[in-house]
Design a protein around this ligand. Structure first.
Ligand SMILES: C[S@@+](CC[C@H](N)C(=O)[O-])C[C@H]1O[C@@H](n2cnc3c(N)ncnc32)[C@H](O)[C@@H]1O
Length: 337
């Protein structure tokens, strides 16, 4: 397997990372073509796969051969079988990452990546060159991409959600508001494990209006957290929301939560928390994605504590979930700032 590791020779590190963009692109394309949906338990010939996906057989084989060196698909005779990783590219897998690969491959994200130099020179999100209105209004206005984004968040969160639920006791709250909760996959999973809690799912009107499946004890609420009052709740979840925004906007969201919260209510920021003593490539990859695509950033526990205190929260604690996400819990102090 040829991922870059610190044990590689220096020239190999540069070669591997420089060219890795082609490997990533191969994952996007294979996800887009739906190749994994055409493989079950038996070997499927390249010819049959190419025909099912409207692809050129030789070209598809070359791309799949590359991915198989990373453990995505297993090349056997004249065809392919699944590996654990390639199964995650199946649309119906309960932890499917197909939509996540398609999302990163969407033109609006790829074009932002192409313009990373603009972000590095200016500090501003490259997305503003591609979708001047910003990523969230862009997604609201583009139904196909919004659908892929929603599926991507749901699929990606499937593994993380189990770690969060296994770590934190949500059952002690009567009302839990998931702010910027998207399709509500985390809130639904929480309500499944807390028989009496009520949930409020707050997101932009363009997201809330597309929700198809209602459920008991879950109230959707459409609004803009920069403009509209947030619901009253005992706990406020912000999963992968604060990292989408620069400090000024992140602080404004936390202040809006604090204005809605009674003293003693909890805010739970659930996202990747950077640890300067042990830098993690995943956290720093997300940080650069945020730089280019949203203008946000990943933060350390100390940086999040600073934002929380300034917004009127105290006693912040970082809780490890055992997964890549951590929970930063803080308490609404006596006075809203
Ligand atoms: C990265 S997604 C996270 C979704 C979900 N919390 C999760 O972890 O899968 C950020 C969410 O914030 C929502 N959002 C962005 N701007 C918003 C605003 N001004 N008011 C309310 N929600 C907003 C988006 O629609 C999106 O669902």
């Amino acid at each position: 397997m040829s991922t870059a590791t610190p044990t590689m020779q220096p020239h190999e590190i540069i070669w591997t990372l420089t060219n890795h963009v082609f490997v990533s692109r191969a994952v996007h394309v294979v996800a887009e073509l739906g190749v994994a949906d055409h493989i079950a338990d038996e070997i499927v010939s390249v010819k049959a796969l190419a025909s099912a996906c409207a692809a050129d057989a030789e070209a598809l084989d070359r791309v799949l051969h590359l991915l198989s060196t990373y453990g995505i698909f297993d090349r056997r005779d004249d065809g392919y079988v699944h590996t654990d990783a390639s199964r995650l590219l199946q649309s119906e897998h309960p932890m499917s990452m197909r939509a996540y690969a398609r999302m990163i491959g969407m033109p609006v994200i790829r074009a932002s990546l192409d313009q990373l130099e603009y972000s590095v020179r200016t500090g501003a999100p490259a997305t503003q060159l591609v979708a001047a209105e910003g990523l969230w209004p862009y997604l609201v206005a583009h139904a196909d991409e919004r659908e892929i984004f929603g599926q991507a968040m749901t699929g990606k969160a499937a593994a993380d959600t189990a770690a969060v639920l296994g770590t934190y006791d949500f059952g002690r709250f009567d009302t839990i508001a998931d702010i910027g909760g998207g399709r509500g996959h985390l809130l639904r999973a929480i309500l499944d494990t807390t028989p009496t809690s009520e949930g409020i799912l707050f997101d932009l009107p363009g997201v809330i209006e597309t929700l198809e499946v209602g459920r008991d004890r879950l109230t959707p609420r459409a609004g803009d957290f920069f403009v509209d009052p947030l619901p009253t709740a005992d706990a406020y979840i912000l999963m992968e929301v604060i990292h989408d925004w620069p400090d000024a906007e992140a602080a404004a969201i936390l202040r809006a939560v604090r204005r809605a919260a009674s003293p003693g209510a909890r805010v739970l920021i659930i996202e990747n928390v950077l640890d300067d003593t042990s830098p993690d490539p995943r956290g720093h990859t997300l940080d650069v994605i945020m730089l280019a695509c949203t203008g946000g950033r990943e933060r350390t526990g100390t940086a999040l504590d600073g934002l929380l205190k300034a917004a009127g929260f105290s006693d912040s604690t970082v809780i490890n979930t055992g997964g890549p996400l951590r929970i930063v819990e803080a308490v609404a102090a006596g006075q809203a700032n």
